[in-house]
Design a protein. Structure first.
Length: 131
């Protein structure tokens, strides 16, 4: 917000306002509805929308992102998924709800890490050299 006021960044796109509204809705659901699960699922949906924007960007140009942070986060979410499985007691619906976030985040972060890998960057550079 501070950088927007100073003029250091461009105005958010309408889709970015939607992501912000979903995040605010998740906070309201957490606080007033006392539902962490509901808030987490809303926040996961907001993440998926913002992730699609990143996905489209790196699909066109893998140099837009560095693969290392995405890979580190994918590993972190994989560890979280394993932890959820190890702590599972018996309720399958609870397990699925608790795994929804980490598993989704492992998949999405791995996709971006793969799309921004050195090999894919090299392939893009070779295509640029040919054209």
């Amino acid at each position: 917000l501070c950088t927007m006021v100073r003029g250091n960044v461009s105005r958010p796109e309408p889709i970015e306002f939607l992501v912000f509204a979903l995040a605010a809705t998740a906070a309201v659901v957490w606080w007033f509805g006392r539902s962490a699960a509901g808030g987490n699922l809303i926040l996961l949906f907001a993440f998926l929308i913002s992730w699609l924007l990143t996905y489209r960007g790196v699909l066109k140009n893998p140099d837009k992102e560095d693969s290392r942070p995405w890979l580190i986060w994918a590993v972190a979410f994989a560890i979280t998924s394993v932890n959820v499985l190890l702590r599972w007691e018996s309720n399958v619906s609870s397990l699925l709800l608790n795994l929804a976030g980490p598993v989704t985040l492992v998949i999405t972060h791995s996709i971006i890490a793969n799309l921004t890998s050195g090999r894919r960057r090299q392939q893009f550079a070779e295509l640029d050299a040919k054209t």
